[in-house]
Design a protein around this ligand. Sequence first.
Ligand code: ZN
Ligand code: ZN
Length: 645
Amino acid sequence: MLRSLGLIGSIAAILPSALACGYDDCYGPIDKVEHVRHVKRMQPGAPNATYGPKAPLEWGQVNFLHTTDTHGWLQGHLKEQNYGADWGDFVTFSRRMKQTAGNLGVDLLLVDTGDLHDGTGLSDATKEDGTKSMPIFNEIEYDLLTIGNHELYVSEVAYQMFNDYSKKWGDRYVTSNVKVLNHKTGEYEYVGATHRYFTTPNGLRVMAFGVLFDFTGNSNASQVIKANDMVKESWFTEALASKKQVDLFVLFGHNPVRATDKYSTFKVVFDAIRASHPQTPVQLLGGHTHIRDFAVYDDNAVGIESGRFCETLGWMSISGFDPSNSGFHGVRHPQGVPNPTRPARDGAKSPFVYSRRYLDWNRKTFLYHSKQTEKTYDYHSGLRVTGDITRDREELKLGQVYGCAPQDYCIDCAPFTDDKKNIFPGVIHPAVSAIVLNETRKDKSRIILGNTGAIRFDLHKGPFTYDDNFIVSPFRDVFFYIADVPFDKASKVIGQLNNGVVDKRFASTRIPSDECTNPTLGHMSRRDMREPRGIVRRQDAVVPGYTTEDDWGTDGDDTQHSDVPSFSIPGYWEARASFPKDGSNPDKVDLIFFDFIQSHVLADLGAGFTADMVHCYINCTFTSQDFMLPYAKLAWQENVDNCPI
Ligand SMILES: [Zn+2]
Ligand SMILES: [Zn+2]
């Protein structure tokens, strides 16, 4: 890992010092020095974790590895040591774990619960989302996959899922309540299978449903059937009434696993299953809220949610199957490994016992749980995928450095008003003030409004690359404006926005600020790593990261971390620019805002303001994806030739 860090430290970037920049020529890749090198494992420069898991996994009769909300992070986290592994490392891990399951005489199912786009350059920098990232994602031998809301915003992506992705996976791709328009038939058709009934290698008969929450922000290329309606569909009632024996239901989906979450519809489907199968075990696997979580449904049903962004790999195991309740013919108590021992809840009247664990996504974790060393771990298949990612990143020029971020800025580890640490006052407000500017109106005072959910990830100290632009601000929301709005009206909009209902787009994309589950900035650990090398004490240091609390308490995290502070942030932010230098308020301002909050803004402005007064501010293609790179070139040129992390 230290070798990798050394490589990061030597990043060289040559950038023009003249930053005059027309708004149409600044945002594509530039032919400058790239953040690129070749190593045999992980992605170039990605740091490895300093310490690893606390204990071996408990293997049951059936086990699950769960990914969710990967959002294109297949290269791993290049600046965060807790999550440094790439998809190639995971390819190797998944295959080694399948082999271990085979050797133990038990089953292992690999499950993904969607949201494959919108998050990094690898998934988003291509003309059509996912052209490069989807073939890499497909290298895992998943048993069950399903669709996320981020596959349904853009029609082309929805069609891609329907025409290509679902065909590749066949009945393993389960979309119980999502249809996409088939251009050939003119009908809306299920993207994948409505459900999957299959028998595992060890004889367990599984019925699986893949259910998206009641998402309404989709384009008209798709239809999302509400859970309440889905459970009345004939295919569903027939599946439950079928004479086929079911030993285990798998209820998975892009759907918060906690039934009390306002977006979760799992309970609706769960109750429908329970109406005809009161005792059959149900394993739930969820996603969308980007958290680590584990929820108990009843004595025979539990669910896991496995984080986001290739930071977390979820692990579940179940034992308790015997000839009286299943067709399972594998090993009852796998030998030489810990076995699950815990009932779903105290006093449960059930033969089933469980374990759950949230694994940090790094090489140390993967080596530890596959009982390998750095020398023995890699498979050719994994190395090939790592190489593919490196090649794709080079082709997309994702490593190109635009600036050198002088420090970490976070979304909610510091108060919203803290301009030294919080990304909104620290970076976003000065960035939009400087860059979101129509030259013909530059003398006008302006108020710029956006939703906090548009900013997707903390900004890490170090080289700010083309990739980081997608990571921090991945969405394409056009800047609209209304000219010459009286200041006393325009200045009140932010308060009204934050008092009103947060737009659904915001709700569906923002990172929940749950105190227990916020990810780390990891800067303390990186500082550790810059100390003189080879100090044993470092192995024992706990670094900031996930400290999860779920229905079973606080022992679910595979690697122990110290807590990261978390502050609540409002739904919307406001920046001001070109205000009078004497500190007074202007009479009128240009009021600038993201396209999709237009109706809220007009409603808040009230009588006299109508849609025909709204225009594109810079032009109709300048979006929230377009201001960070010019800002990095403007503000962060110091040390750009030798940018420390
Ligand atoms: Zn997501
Ligand atoms: Zn989602």
